[in-house]
Design a protein around this ligand. Structure first.
Ligand code: BGC
Length: 421
């Protein structure tokens, strides 16, 4: 299909890009979702993985996959290091695995693509979960050993993400129980929160010790919320609490060093964490608008409905959360944005609408430095298996063949037409 067929070509040709020179156009992935790992906690958590332990077999096919980045014309790539491959046992560092990730970095550099490395993207070595999960204080020291090993060994990385979506680790693992360690335990969730953010604060310092000009952040999932029924005071209260928790409490904590946690219908808890100022930019993952309904029959008393296509303020929501995040007075990077669908025209539309919003935000004066599309090739989606098609490239999970979708062609075109490289 040509650009003109899609009816967006003319607009693109005549527009004057607001994207500054050096804007980071990227895609984001996570290691486990592409390549699995025999030693990760998640491998035995989800039975779907028994038949497809290597998922897309990216661990072997990474050179071909990195070539796809070059074809897209991105100048940045966010990927993660699978901790359980690096440290399969507490006393073992797998040097071959370290060399594998260094090769990825070297290839990226040879393509002039800036690597952004995520240290923790949901998965852990099995031993970590068994011995010292996040609600144990020992978790901090374990994560910091891994961090130090990585920053002291991997060469030529400036951008580091310590944790991907810490709130998801807490909600999935400690409140809803749908992800490891599978608990539904509020007091432990608060201890885990303290330990995860303490780990971030200390990891920030370690990274800067080895890489003085490092740019360090977390990737935080921000969303916009709406009450399911506007007239329902419980739904409205839920909306208010979720908005505060997701979009404001974390920003306040990075400004003050104190987390204020307000569970609905419960007391306010204050937790001190050593993270004040421990950010060089702020990574925002943005996907969806969430409608909330109070329903005591559901887990945690909440029922959710997602809107991931526009018409209900979804894309405007991105501008909203970027404005919230701008209170940090730091550069902002959209570290993930994407949609799972077999309909690639919808994918193109979703991407264009969000990039348009980023452009409007730049014109408004927000300091947005990058946009990373989630994700390069179809992969394993947590809790949904292999059918959530987020990829710019389609993967046939039987033959493992990768084929470009029109969203890949369109992203390459967007990058070219909007940047001033
Ligand atoms: C996560 C990804 C996930 C994506 C789509 C993000 O919250 O970081 O790992 O695949 O959402 O659900």
């Amino acid at each position: 299909m040509t650009r003109e067929d899609r009816g967006i070509g003319m607009q693109e040709k005549t527009r004057k890009p607001a994207f500054p020179e050096g804007f980071q156009w990227g895609v984001a992935t996570s290691a486990f979702q592409l390549e699995g790992s025999p030693n990760a906690d998640w491998t035995t958590w989800d039975p779907v993985l028994i038949n497809v332990p290597q998922i897309t077999n990216h661990y072997a096919l990474f050179r071909e996959d990195l070539k796809l980045l070059k074809d897209l014309g991105v100048n940045s790539y966010r990927f993660s290091i699978e901790w359980s491959r690096i440290q399969p046992r507490p006393d073992t560092w797998d040097e071959e695995a370290i060399a594998h990730y260094q090769e990825i970095i070297d290839i990226l550099r040879s393509y002039n693509i800036e690597p952004m490395v995520t240290l923790h993207h949901f998965t852990h070595p099995k031993w970590f979960l068994e011995r010292s999960p996040w609600h144990q204080t020992a978790s901090i020291e374990k994560f910091l050993r891994f961090t130090e090993k990585m920053v002291s060994t991997l060469k030529n990385v400036r951008y580091w993400i310590t944790f991907n979506e810490p709130y998801v680790i807490l909600i999935g693992g400690y409140l809803d129980g749908c992800t490891p360690p599978g608990l539904r335990d509020v007091p432990r969730s608060l201890i885990a929160l303290k330990n995860i953010f303490t780990s971030h604060g200390k990891a920030y310092d370690i990274i800067h010790r080895y890489v003085p000009d490092a740019q360090v952040s977390i990737a935080h999932n921000m969303s916009v919320f709406a009450p399911w029924k506007k007239w329902n005071p419980f739904d409205r209260l839920l909306k208010k609490s979720a908005n505060y928790f997701y979009n404001h409490s974390i920003i306040n904590a990075f400004r003050t060093g104190i987390f204020i946690v307000k569970f609905p219908f419960s007391r306010v808890v204050e937790i001190e964490v050593p993270i004040k100022g421990k950010l060089d930019f702020f990574g925002v993952n943005y996907y969806t608008r969430i409608h909330l309904r109070f329903n005591p029959l559901k887990k945690m008393g909440v029922e959710l409905r997602y809107s991931d296509i526009d018409g209900h303020g979804l894309t405007r929501g991105l501008a909203k959360v970027l404005r919230y995040a701008s209170r940090l007075n730091l550069p902002l990077i959209i570290t993930e944005n994407g949609i799972a669908t077999h309909d690639t025209e919808m994918k193109v539309k979703y991407m264009k609408q969000h990039v348009d919003v980023v452009e409007r935000c730049l014109k408004e004066g927000l300091d947005v430095r990058g946009y990373f599309y989630w994700t390069l090739i179809d992969n394993y989606e947590w809790l949904q298996g292999l059918d959530a098609r987020f990829g710019l490239y389609r993967v046939d999970f039987k033959t493992l063949k990768r084929s470009p979708t029109s969203a890949a062609t369109y992203y390459a075109y967007l990058i070219q037409s909007r940047s001033r490289i």
